[in-house]
Design a protein around this ligand. Structure first.
Ligand code: NI
Length: 313
């Protein structure tokens, strides 16, 4: 399911305390969370289920950093939209959160730790991703005739899905490479050397990290790297995510939308299935993508069979 970004960058959808629909928890689950909260030192005793359950931050809730109140006063939803980001206050919030991480790693099971990491320890990354989403949406709206922030957001979602099963990957690189992978697409933008991607990255990540992200983006492009497998795990993940979006129902919709826009006859779009889309299943790098691709490939084949039958009848 989709991430639910709290004002400070927490991901409520992963938090074992979060009970807003559709994340309802049983009494037993809430009690387990209360026990976990004591184990990791967030509470000094096992609190009641009522106290541990949470339906999201509200300005009136107590918060050491007053983040929600501060955002409400500024009329923004999260720190990622704040002109003063990252302020002293949020930096301290990140630091204190980080200070809990070693203890969590020590006392938690792998599953518990993974959950806490996703919910709390990736605040900065989540806020950065949120900024990238805003940047990309603006970039496509202003420069590419509305083309196609939606594709980028889907690729980002698939990349995150795959990354979850590849714990050794660098999530910062995967996140930003996925979100920026078409920011300098030559069909839409006349930029050199990932200029649009670099503009976003500058000052937000180190120059080494920016380089790593740009290399990842370069290794993903279908037209530039036909048949070539990216060297890095991060490149493999983003390439898989990008390719998945050319398959299945979305792939069909995109192919005919593109064909229509360029005045292509139906048969030309159908040829594109054979030239590219039907080859993608066997080009996936990761296990997760292979599984997702199998279903989407079957749907492509079923569609083509049906189309053929209807046309030739
Ligand atoms: Ni793409």
């Amino acid at each position: 399911m989709d991430r639910i970004l709290a004002a400070c960058g927490n991901d409520c959808s992963a938090c074992p305390r979060y009970t807003a629909h559709p994340y309802e928890k049983s009494e037993e689950e809430l009690h387990r969370t209360a026990v976990l909260w004591m184990k990791i030192g967030y509470r000094d005793h096992i609190v009641s289920n009522e106290e541990i359950s949470c339906s999201g931050c509200k300005p009136e809730n107590w918060c050491r950093y007053h983040v929600v109140k501060c955002c409400a006063e500024k009329g923004i939803k999260a720190c990622s939209s704040c002109l003063e980001y990252p302020c002293e206050n949020i930096r301290e919030c990140f630091e204190v959160t980080r200070s809990f991480e070693p203890k969590c790693r020590e006392v938690c099971s792998d599953a518990e730790y993974a959950l806490l990491k996703k919910a709390f320890f990736e605040k900065e990354l989540n806020l950065l991703a949120d900024q990238a989403v805003t940047y990309i949406t603006g970039l496509f709206r202003d420069n590419a005739g509305g083309h196609d922030a939606e594709h980028t957001l889907r690729v980002y979602r698939y990349a995150m899905l795959i990354a979850e099963k590849e714990p050794e990957c660098d999530r910062l690189t995967v996140t930003l490479a996925a979100l920026l992978h078409d920011a300098d697409d030559h069909k839409l933008f006349h930029t050199e050397d990932n200029e649009n991607a670099r503009r976003f990255l500058k000052g937000r990540v180190s120059s080494d990290q920016a380089e790593k992200i740009c290399q990842c983006i370069d290794s993903v492009s279908f037209s530039r790297n036909r048949g070539k497998i990216p060297d890095t795990l991060e490149g493999k993940i983003v390439q898989d995510a990008d390719r998945l979006d050319a398959m299945g129902a979305v792939g069909i919709a995109r192919t005919f939308a593109y064909g229509g826009e360029h005045g292509r006859p139906l048969q030309d779009s159908v040829r594109h299935f054979h030239d590219k889309l039907l080859l993608l299943r066997d080009m996936m790098n990761t296990e997760t993508a292979k599984q997702l691709a199998a279903k989407r490939h079957a749907f492509l084949e079923a569609f083509l069979n049906e189309l053929d039958e209807e046309i030739s009848r």
